[in-house]
Write a protein that binds this ligand. Structure first.
Ligand code: ATP
Length: 322
């Protein structure tokens, strides 16, 4: 795709991990002949992302998400394959490219611990050579959006995890990058903080037509922000498409929400996931859902019945289990 913001073809990363057996003899031997083990973290992934898209990048621990994002951010050199972001080859680390992208890692701190975030923001201004007026306007707008005016002058070490993350994100976006790689930006935060960060990302995306790749273990983030998801597992793309399509493609079951006129045992219709008086949730194989519903309506005093898709987290787990 000529106008893709991000395009990746058969991208690979194999880590070379030195191996050493225990003991002096092995240590001496390793001086002469080093043994390395190859860890194929990313095993040939391909995708394209259009400008302005927010894409959820999902996969279990160790799937290769962070490695892929680091390659796209220019922190790691690919072993093989091609990556282009805004037309640049990230690993060349052209200033013009670095000026237009950001990588936020939820478990990494980039702000100066002993200084107020405001001072770290100044440092960002200098690094990215942001003109004063533009800098002030962006900074103040972000401080407002994140609602951190009252704490922006406190040393970062005195802030809560969520408050720190808000500051991290503001700092990472002051130069108004066009491309955002967000690796678990809400990890460990409470629901209110997650929501605030989510709406900030949505607002930023809208305002600057930025392209976003987001990894998160919280499906609420993904459901709120991403129309499209790319699922990787063992370093390969397993699914690339609408979030809803994941359910169609991988969900092996449906949930029947049944309201009865009086309590009854429905365990011979399917797996009873929850039963609360006359309200019963049944899990049945996808292909069986209509037949079981018809039987229930025929044989039981059913007041109400709906067929629902399973929760998206369950579906993701199924994808990883296959
Ligand atoms: N620097 C490294 N050296 C060797 N192996 C590594 C290195 N970094 C990651 N790996 C391995 O590469 C694989 C992919 O790791 P990566 O961190 O990219 O996965 P991930 O999908 O981001 O997982 P998580 O959600 O746990 O962060 C894992 O098997 C991991 O152990």
């Amino acid at each position: 795709m000529a106008d893709a913001a991000i395009s990746v073809a058969e991208l690979r990363k194999i880590y070379q991990v030195p191996e050493r057996e225990a003991g002096l003899r092995a240590a001496l031997r390793s001086l002469v002949r080093r043994r390395v083990r190859e860890v194929p973290a990313v095993a040939g992934v391909s995708f394209t992302i259009a400008p302005g898209e927010i894409v959820g990048f999902l996969g279990p621990n160790g799937a290769g998400k962070t490695t892929t994002l680091k390659m796209l951010a220019g922190l790691l050199h690919p072993t093989d394959g091609e990556a282009r972001v805004l037309g640049y080859q990230p690993y060349r680390r052209d200033y013009a490219y670095l000026r237009q992208m950001t990588l936020v890692m939820g478990n990494r701190n980039q702000l100066q611990w002993d200084l107020p975030a405001l001072d770290s923001f100044e440092l960002q201004r200098a690094i990215y050579r942001i003109p004063q007026t533009e800098f002030r306007a962006t900074r103040d707008a972000f401080i407002d959006l994140m609602d951190v005016g009252a704490i922006v002058s406190k040393p970062v070490r005195n802030l809560s995890l969520g408050e720190r993350m808000k500051m991290e994100i503001i700092g990472a976006l002051l130069h108004r990058p066009k491309i955002l790689f967000l690796d678990e930006p809400t990890i460990g935060l409470d629901v209110t903080m997650q929501r605030r960060i989510r709406s900030f990302i949505a607002a930023y995306n809208q305002r600057y037509a930025a392209t976003v790749m987001l990894t998160s273990h919280y499906m609420a983030d993904v459901e709120a922000l991403c129309q499209r998801v790319i699922v990787i597992h063992h370093g390969r793309v397993r699914y690339d498409g609408p979030l809803a399509g994941l359910v169609d493609r991988f969900a092996a079951y449906r949930q029947l929400e049944v309201s009865l006129a009086e309590p009854a045992d429905l365990s011979h219709y399917g797996e009873v996931v929850a039963a609360n008086g006359v309200h019963v949730t049944l899990r049945v194989a996808k292909a069986e859902a209509s037949r079981v519903s018809a039987r229930l309506l025929n044989e039981q005093a059913v007041a109400d019945l709906t067929i629902e898709e399973p929760p998206i987290d369950d579906v993701i787990e199924q994808v990883f289990a296959t």
